[in-house]
Design a protein around this ligand. Sequence first.
Ligand SMILES: NC(=O)c1ccc[n+]([C@@H]2O[C@H](COP(=O)([O-])OP(=O)(O)OC[C@H]3O[C@@H](n4cnc5c(N)ncnc54)[C@H](O)[C@@H]3O)[C@@H](O)[C@H]2O)c1
Length: 261
Amino acid sequence: MATTAFSLAGKKALITGGASGIGATTAGILRDLGAAVALTDVNTEGLAAQSEALGGCLTFECDVSDEAQAEAIVAAAADALGGLDIAVNSAGVVDEVKYALEREMEPWQRIMDVNLKGTFQMCRAAARIMVPQGQGAIVNIASVNGPGGWPRRTAYGPSKAAIVALTKELACEWGPRGVRVNAVGPGYVATPMIAGLIEDGKIDTERLNNRTPLGRLATPEEIGQSIAFLASDWASYITGETLFVDGGWMAYGGAGDVKTF
Ligand SMILES: NC(=O)c1ccc[n+]([C@@H]2O[C@H](COP(=O)([O-])OP(=O)(O)OC[C@H]3O[C@@H](n4cnc5c(N)ncnc54)[C@H](O)[C@@H]3O)[C@@H](O)[C@H]2O)c1
């Protein structure tokens, strides 16, 4: 039993949403821990920038909501990496933040297609490699906005709640074949996704900080570290879990701000 901090030396990892935010930061962490990483995203400029920031790595343009692309890119990445041990599904889009009665179905469906269908398709494509080899670790990204109810999040919230369920179901299906499937459920994280919502006045950072026991947003590094742990052999008996990395958001059940009771 290892007693030193875990290593990902020799592991081959594919990260969706690797051009930005949590995915990009996680790629750096996995690489620092010894893994060979490949990044996918729809944002090719971001992919090039992240590859450069990492000193060069494999990148693949891929829209995770497109079944053919998901299948082809996972196979191509595994080929180029020389295998696939870790898949991190960080590609995602935010909600329109609109009341249910004002919503149109096309944008609603698009959020579900990227966040839920995309995650499922990438899990399934990764498992086509991991199940036959008898090992692998998949980490999905859920959110506190899934198990928790939020007004004006009626696409994003259900997509993330479904990722919690999907993670359990796949863990049960593939556990007997040596493949672990877990998720991280972040609270609010300081990434470009959230910066956009703050800019648009759809998020009030001070109110979020006051509602969070740890009193601040997460850094992408704090999410990436949890992803790295779940992907590592130190989490070898953990599967089907969603680890909420939320500064205590889900734990808090009081009325009003944490600071004012
Ligand atoms: N930032 C937060 O507060 C927060 C909180 C909870 C969960 N999350 C989740 O974490 C994940 C990463 O979010 P982030 O904050 O790093 O956002 P981000 O916008 O910085 O990164 C998301 C990446 O996904 C890519 N992407 C979008 N649609 C895609 C598609 N169809 N195919 C492939 N790539 C696509 C984007 O181009 C972008 O590079 C998302 O699933 C998000 O829902 C974020």
